[in-house]
Design a protein around this ligand. Structure first.
Ligand code: UD1
Length: 368
C-alpha cells in the first residue's frame, strides 16, 4: 500500500447488509483502478451464517470473499454483540484500519461501531439517522447507539437529515447521498430471475402475493402468528401467497398445527429470485424495512404489518402502507387493492442507483 492509501473496514453481518455493501465495494474497486487512495478490508461478523442467508448473496451480487470472518454465530442480542466486539477489537489491535464503515441497523452495525470508536478509529454510518421511535425493536437501539458514536453520517432521506440535526449533529457531518440498497436493485433489475417453483405453484404475474415475516412481535408467539396467517389467506382470496421463511420464523412455524393451503412456504430466497417474485407480485405483505424501499422503487403495493416505520418516505412517497399488527386490518386493505384503489407512488430523491460513488467521493475527501 502506498503511504497515501487509507484502509477502510467494511462491516457486513446479516442478510440486509449484503445488498448495501455490494455497491460500496464496487465503487471502491473502481476508484482504486483509477488510482484512488482508498483500500478496503471486508469484515463479515458471521451474524448470519446459513448459505441461504449469506453465501448466496455474496455469489449473486459479486461480493468478494470476506477478508476476515469473526464467526460469531447465533446467540442472544448481548451474546452476539459481545462476541462481535471482542472479535473486531482483536482485529483492530492486530491490524488497525483508518475507518470503520457500518451499514444499516443490525447488531453487527452497533457492535463494530463501539469497538472501533473506543480504539479511536472513526466511524462512518451508511443509512444513518432513520428512526422508528420504537424501543421495542433491537434495530432501533442499534440505530441510536451507532449514531451516538458516528463521525460521518450518510443518509437516505431528508427525514433522516432532520432527525440528526434535531440530535445536534452539525451539517458538515451529514451527507445526504441516497440509498445503497437501491443501487443494488437498479444494478440487478435486468438480472432478476424466477425461482424454480414458479411453474409448480402456477404463479402468474399479478396473480400472487409475497409474504415475509420475521419480527418478534409478529412471529414469536404461535397463537398470534397463526391468526395472522389465517387473516392473510382470507384477505388474499385464495390467491397463492409465497412465503420465504426466515430461520427465526421457521422455529415458530414448527409449533403450529397447520396453516392455510394457499400459503406456500419456501426457503429464504436468493436476491435475484426474491426480487423477481416481488416485482411480479400483486402485492407484498411484510414486516421488513428494506423490502418497503424495494417495493417503493418497483412500484409494487406493499402492506407492512408494523405500527411504526423508520422509513416514512416509503409511505408518504412510495407504495407502502402501515397496517399495524392486528390481523383484522388485512381485509379492508386488501379489498382496496383488489378494487384497484391502491395508491400510486414515486421514487424518493437520490434513490437513483448512484449512491455508492457519492459515498466513496466523500470518503476520499474526509480521509485525505
Ligand atoms: C436480523 C436483524 C434484522 C434483519 C434480519 C434480516 C438484528 C438485531 N436484527 O434479525 O434487523 O432484518 O436479521 O434477516 O441484527 N439464524 C439461522 N441462520 C442464519 C442466521 C440466523 O438459523 O444464518 C437463526 C438464529 O440462530 C436465530 C434467528 O435465526 O435463532 C434470528 O437470527 P438473528 O441474527 O439473531 O436475528 P434476525 O431475527 O435474523
Amino acid at each position: 500500500m502506498s503511504t497515501r492509501s487509507r484502509l477502510i473496514d467494511i462491516i457486513a453481518g446479516a442478510r440486509p447488509n449484503f445488498m448495501k455493501v455490494a455497491p460500496l465495494i464496487k465503487a471502491l474497486q473502481a476508484r482504486e483502478a483509477e488510482g484512488g487512495p482508498l483500500r478496503y478490508r471486508l469484515v463479515h461478523t458471521g451474524q448470519h451464517y446459513d448459505p441461504r442467508m449469506s453465501g448466496e448473496f455474496f455469489a449473486q451480487l459479486g461480493i468478494p470473499e470476506p477478508d476476515v470472518n469473526l464467526e460469531v454465530g447465533s446467540g442472544t442480542q448481548a451474546e452476539q454483540a459481545a462476541g462481535i466486539m471482542v472479535g473486531y477489537e482483536k482485529l483492530l489491535l492486530a491490524a488497525p484500519s483508518q475507518l470503520c464503515l457500518v451499514v444499516g441497523d443490525v447488531t453487527s452495525t452497533m457492535a463494530c461501531a463501539i469497538a472501533a470508536q473506543k480504539l479511536h478509529v472513526p466511524v462512518a454510518h451508511v443509512e444513518a439517522g432513520i428512526r422508528s421511535g420504537d424501543w421495542g425493536m433491537p434495530e432501533e437501539i442499534n440505530r441510536m447507539v451507532t449514531d451516538a458514536i458516528t463521525n460521518w453520517f450518510f443518509t437516505t432521506s431528508e427525514v433522516a437529515n432532520a432527525n440528526l440535526r434535531a440530535a445536534g449533529i452539525p451539517d458538515e457531518r451529514i451527507f445526504f447521498v441516497g440509498n445503497t440498497m437501491i443501487d443494488t436493485l437498479l444494478a440487478n433489475i435486468d438480472r432478476l430471475r424466477p425461482p424454480a417453483f414458479v411453474d409448480e405453484l402456477g404463479l402468474q404475474a399479478g396473480g400472487y402475493f409475497v409474504l415475509t415475516l420475521h419480527r418478534p412481535s409478529n412471529v414469536d408467539t404461535a397463537g398470534h402468528f397463526a391468526n395472522l396467517l389465517q387473516a392473510i389467506a382470507e384477505a388474499t382470496r385464495g390467491l397463492p401467497v409465497v412465503f420465504p421463511v426466515h430461520p427465526r420464523t421457521a422455529k415458530t412455524l414448527r409449533e403450529l398445527d397447520g396453516f392455510p393451503p394457499s400459503i406456500h412456504l419456501v426457503d429464504p430466497q436468493p436476491y435475484l429470485e426474491f426480487n423477481w417474485l416481488v416485482k411480479h407480485a400483486k402485492g407484498v405483505i411484510t414486516d421488513s424495512g428494506g423490502v418497503t424501499e424495494e417495493t417503493t422503487v418497483t412500484g409494487v403495493p406493499c402492506m407492512t404489518l408494523r405500527t411504526t416505520t423508520e422509513r416514512p418516505e416509503t409511505v408518504t412517497i412510495g407504495t407502502n402502507e402501515l397496517l399495524g399488527t392486528d390481523p383484522a386490518a388485512l381485509k379492508p386493505a386488501l379489498d382496496r387493492l383488489f378494487a384497484g384503489e391502491w395508491k400510486g407512488g414515486a421514487i424518493p430523491e437520490l434513490w437513483d442507483g448512484k449512491t455508492a460513488p457519492r459515498i466513496v467521493a466523500a470518503l476520499e475527501k474526509l480521509l485525505a
